[in-house]
Write a protein of this length. Structure first.
Length: 137
């Protein structure tokens, strides 16, 4: 037996990950969360909540109340950006210095959810994704 009701969007990927320093001395981590709307109708994105961890340490979060639409049967992406001071990146001073000195990548974890609504039904789409990225100076 199959259901004819709306389906939850599917988290598919994180794309275009980048970490770089700003002129003011802070760092920025950017990414695009990519989801797929399996429904034949548009859905509305209401909320984005993401915690960002670097090498296991929480360095910031993204929390946005939004009201945008994603077409049916299509992929859509949501920009994620966190700005943070370098002291958070190097709270484990030795590990951070070793990463920079050896050119090793940092482990960045995005964990959270995106809240959507389709045909009056609300879905909380969780995700937990780990990526390795280098620091662009």
């Amino acid at each position: 037996m199959t259901s004819c009701g709306p389906k939850a969007p599917e988290f598919t990927d994180l794309r275009d990950l980048d970490m770089f320093s700003l002129d003011d001395g802070n760092f920025v981590i950017k990414a695009e969360a990519v989801l797929y709307n399996p429904n034949g109708v548009s859905l509305t994105i209401h909320e984005i909540h993401v915690d960002v961890l670097v090498n296991g340490d929480k360095i910031g979060n993204v929390y946005q109340s939004v009201s945008s639409e994603a077409k049916g049967k299509s992929e859509f992406s949501l920009p994620l950006e966190v700005t943070f001071p370098p002291k958070l990146l190097f709270s484990n001073v030795l590990g951070g210095i070793l990463n920079m000195a050896t050119g090793e990548d940092f482990e960045v974890r995005y964990t959270g959810f995106i809240r959507t609504k389709v045909l009056g039904v609300t879905f909380k789409v969780p995700f937990d994704q780990v990526e390795k990225i280098g620091l662009s100076m």
